[in-house]
Design a protein around this ligand. Structure first.
Ligand SMILES: Cc1ncc(COP(=O)(O)O)c(C=O)c1O
Length: 472
């Protein structure tokens, strides 16, 4: 079974590579099933399965009695990157971020704002059943504290997940946190000090601004390409100019752009990591590859002592469980003490339930199914948005995660558009919250595609377009 699924994925990746390298162009006929079967020495059923998967993802189409063809993808351009370093300066937009975060908590607002997948896509049945099992268990373990580093069995399961991505750590090297956000707080408070300059990608996840502001640290924003992530030349320039203590980077499917860092860039970044320049890798979206491609974390291999890894189950299993983890490498003791000083241990019940869920082995199939669904959802949103806005927008085409980053014409102020949409019960994330300077991404916005594109959401997107048109 494992072997069979590997084979068809191998074929899928082969076709994707042919398309990526333009060896086959949109509209061109693909190798026949018979050719695929012969080339890869697989059964016709396996060849067919690979093509069916690609077809269901909207990448190829079939013509009766003729064969399979590469589907032309809509030609919306990728958003432009902003090529300016924002100097070491205080965070200016916390009030805007707070007010927008507050709006996302309103259940009556259409969920195009917060980066969350629909609870229906999460393994809620399993979580319910394992919660019951834990509570009914004779040991009443959930009543007690767990270890400060986290429930051991959960750390074993996380170590197994990491090993599947070629990142080998022992459970003793892992610290459980209340989500990735708390992890980032512990890391920064352990390795940097008040007044330090911290490099972040630009645009980047707004949650970092809260931590930096609270700790009295200053972001230095490094331009990042919406497809390939942080610009190394700019990083080097910023490093030379400011005494940057560390960098927070999201190599895989970053928030908000969905960018994916190539191996060469990772290799170079690894070579920069040192006691004087610590790298924090936020891998919150790292397992949500649309093509099931295994993404090896930046923090691997083990020689990278000065790279600290952080992730969570918020985007894959349940944000409400608040389970994240850190692999602090050389900084284990400092991070452990930060956790100890803040909370003796994370809540026991979610950890026990998550451990049982992971032990059940259901996580892998869930992730596969989820990634495929998210791919289909994001493709549907892209199609709808390009139908509505046409060539007036630029939009990302991420290879993982569930977020779309849009660039609207220069004259658009997406914060104004946001407030207009909110009056109609529609949320999205305006560009103002993805930089410490609210004006930098004034004409950009992020759309959450974590919910299926139903009639209500279609109507909401139409309304955004209508309001946008009425602004001029
Ligand atoms: C890149 C990134 N890091 C961290 C977080 C926070 O995640 P958690 O819920 O695990 O604290 C988010 C949430 O959206 C995120 O997008």
């Amino acid at each position: 079974m494992i072997c069979q699924s590997y084979l068809y994925e191998h074929i899928e990746n082969y076709i994707l590579k042919l398309a990526e390298k333009k060896i086959v162009t949109p509209g061109e006929k693909l190798p026949s099933l018979r050719t695929i079967s012969k080339t890869f020495q697989v059964s016709m059923t396996t060849a067919m399965k690979a093509y069916e998967e690609l077809e269901s993802k909207g990448l190829i189409y079939s013509v009766e009695k003729s064969g399979y063809y590469l589907k032309p993808q809509n030609s919306v351009k990728i958003p432009e990157r902003k090529n300016s370093i924002i100097n070491k300066s205080p965070v200016e937009n916390i009030d805007i971020i707070n007010s927008i975060l507050n709006d996302t908590q309103n259940k009556n607002i259409l969920p195009l704002g917060a980066a969350v997948a629909s609870p229906k896509l999460m393994p809620h049945k399993e979580l319910k059943s394992f919660t019951r099992e834990v509570i009914n268990g004779s040991e009443n373990q959930y009543i007690n504290y767990t270890a400060t580093a986290g429930f051991y069995d959960l750390r074993v399961e996380i170590a197994r997940l990491m090993a599947l991505r070629d990142f080998y750590v022992s459970p003793e090297e892992i610290i459980i946190t209340n989500g990735a956000m708390e992890g980032i707080f512990y890391i920064l408070s352990s390795v940097a000090e008040q007044g330090d300059a911290i490099a972040v990608e630009s645009p980047t996840y707004f949650g970092y601004q809260h931590v930096l502001k609270k700790l009295g640290m200053y972001p230095v924003e490094i331009p990042a390409c919406p497809e390939k992530g942080i610009d190394i030349d700019y990083l080097q320039k910023a490093k030379d100019k400011y005494d940057i203590k560390c960098i927070i980077t999201q190599p895989a499917f970053s928030n908000p752009t969905g960018s994916l860092m190539c191996e060469d860039k990772k290799h170079y970044l690894r070579s920069l990591a040192s006691e004087k320049f610590i790298i924090i890798e936020d891998d919150t979206f790292g397992t949500l590859s649309h093509t099931y491609k295994k993404i090896t974390p930046l923090a691997n291999p083990s020689k990278t002592d000065h790279i600290i890894y952080v992730s969570s189950f918020s985007k894959t299993v349940s944000p409400g469980s608040r389970i994240g983890w850190i692999i602090p490498n050389k900084y284990y003791k400092d991070v452990y003490e930060a956790k100890l000083a803040n909370n003796m241990s994370s809540a026991s019940l979610p950890q026990l339930v998550m451990a049982k869920y992971l032990q059940s082995g259901k996580f892998h199939n869930h992730i596969k199914k989820l990634s495929k669904t998210l791919f289909l959802q994001i493709s549907a949103y892209r199609e709808e948005l390009s139908r509505l806005f046409g060539s007036s927008i630029r939009m990302t085409n991420p290879k993982g995660g569930f977020l779309l980053w849009l660039q609207l014409p220069e004259k658009t102020d997406t914060l104004v558009l946001y407030h207009k949409a909110l009056d109609h019960g529609i949320g999205f994330s305006p560009g103002a919250i993805f930089s410490s300077k609210p004006d930098k991404f004034r004409n950009y916005l992020r759309i959450n595609c974590g919910y299926p594109l139903n009639a209500g959401i279609e109507k909401g997107l139409c309304k955004i377009y209508e309001l946008y048109n009425r602004m001029f």
